[in-house]
Design a protein around this ligand. Structure first.
Ligand code: XIL
Length: 328
């Protein structure tokens, strides 16, 4: 634009576009999502505006976790989850429900229950939450992070008290509560081919053979530029697709050592680009969701000291090189 104006001899300065002319959500036939926090959605108009413009799926960052919904037994707080679902309905966005069964952000009172009671309470929890939003949730992360890095099962209270079979049970309970939602297993460090993604692959294969209603594999994709881009990412997506399930990038972010500079942002852009292009290349990769969209509110600096700036937009909601890599 500047060049054209200069050629034409017009002395008009034009600010660089605040974002690409076509919002990200319209550049692909995949769902393009972000994790969202109900508090910022209510209190920050600029945050809400960018979310509304760029994305067509939302995933509640914390609002649907057990620790939020029922921190104290019998006292439910649906306020945040309800607000996000209401926003999604008003703006014609889909919702990814996150997450029904997770060892983390799990109330102590649940972890303390004896086996038979835990089973009843778990079934009630899933049934109550899934039914509340029946027809309004496109996909549910039913189980989250049930494997260790070496491919063995994570030793959670669910496994200790209910045995490995709890996984098949929770998918059946969720399906009974909302037969139209696609039900996912979700985990991190399963982007590439490795012992952990092998274990997820074998479990999904087994569950499908048993007729368990699992419909997708959620790949979190919390990446760091200190490590190489995951080996075998596309082959991994392809093997899940061959099992007849969907795949989704559910929590993408690419953290860099802080402070950011041009070279680090360029590396970050190439990681986001690989993630995005790989998903575009596999028909069954149906969703690309990032874990927050602005560095203003990312979880990364709290959890990974010395790293941050992991999102597509900076603190001031300006699109970063990674954004322009996937939406040139
Ligand atoms: C994180 C949230 O972003 C934080 O706000 C919270 O304090 C902890 O949980 N994997 C997941 C997400 O499945 O639920 C986590 O979200 C990030 C890692």
């Amino acid at each position: 634009m500047l060049a054209v104006a200069a050629l034409a001899g017009i002395a008009v300065w034009q600010a660089p576009a605040a974002s690409a002319s076509v919002p990200l959500q319209y550049t692909t036939n995949r769902y393009v999502g972000s994790a969202v926090a109900a508090s910022y959605l209510a209190s920050e108009p600029d945050y809400r505006a960018v979310l509304t413009r760029e994305f067509d799926n939302v995933t509640p960052e914390n609002e649907m976790k057990w620790g939020t919904i029922e921190a104290v037994r019998g006292q439910y707080d649906w306020s945040g989850a309800d607000a996000i679902v209401r926003y999604a309905q008003q703006h014609h966005k889909t919702v990814r429900g996150h997450t029904l069964v997770w060892h983390s952000q799990l109330p102590d009172w649940v972890a303390a229950l004896p086996a038979d009671e835990l089973r009843r309470v778990l079934r009630d929890h899933i049934t109550t939450e899934v039914k509340r939003y029946k027809g309004k949730i496109r996909a549910w992360d039913v189980v989250n992070e049930i494997f260790n890095e070496d491919g063995t099962r994570r030793d959670t209270v669910f496994r200790q008290k209910l045995g490995d079979g709890f996984v098949a049970d929770v998918f059946r309970w969720a399906h009974a509560a909302d037969p139209h939602a696609t039900l996912y297993i979700n985990d991190y460090n399963i982007e590439g081919l490795n012992p952990k993604s092998d274990a997820v692959y074998e479990l999904v294969k087994t569950l499908r053979k048993q007729g368990v209603p699992i419909g997708g594999v959620g790949i979190q994709a919390h990446l760091s530029t200190q490590y190489g881009f995951p080996d075998g990412y596309r082959a991994n997506l392809a093997r899940f697709a061959k099992l007849g399930v969907d795949a989704a990038i559910t929590e993408a972010d690419v953290r860099i050592p802080t402070p950011p500079d041009a070279a680090k942002l360029a590396t970050q852009a190439s990681y986001f680009g690989e993630l995005w292009d790989g998903c575009q290349s596999v028909r069954r990769c149906v969703e690309f969701t990032t874990w927050g969209f602005t560095d203003r509110h990312s979880w990364v600096p709290d959890v990974f000291p010395g790293e941050g700036a992991a999102c597509l937009f900076d603190e001031n909601l300006r699109p970063k090189p990674a954004y322009f890599r996937i939406n040139p």
